[in-house]
Design a protein. Sequence first.
Length: 196
Amino acid sequence: MTILYRYGGSLYINMTNRCPNKCTFCVRNLTDGLGTAGSLWLDKEPTVDEMYREFHNWNMKEFDEVVFCGYGEPTERLEELKKIAEHIRWKYQKKVRLNTNGLGSLINGHDIVPELAECLDSVSISLNAPDAARYQEVCRSRFGEDAYPAIIEFIKACKETIPDVTVSVVSGSITQAEEDECGRIAESLGVRYRVR
């Protein structure tokens, strides 16, 4: 069971396999692992203490950033995410990023951005479509067409309180024209845009 793994120059935290979406392009449909992880499928969700202990197996000086991103949506475990993020910043003085589908407020039933702003340095939000209908077609969210407007609101709230906000789409998952429209949406929201 892989909790922490290296991907590129960062250390990634895989804390859940739960996700409200079933995206057509999701990498977990294609491979069991990424980076140094043989498999990112969890036997069980790790406890906070188990995650703390995992950091002892890594030379934290090798990493500038720790990223919440695995085979699930990290905000499914909001309380644990906050504890781990605070631990990383306090004990290791590392920057902390969240890679998210932007549905954390719907998942948790309240606006989570103020809580995230207290423990994150940056957030990368998967937009993946230029409108609600296309988003539902591509991402197949359990929240239906309520998902897309919630993501837009999440992006706006993050922009106001978190220093570094990026919106992304997965290359090839939508048309070039749709990618371009997503770029215009990101620009209108005042956040960076990345095709990955």
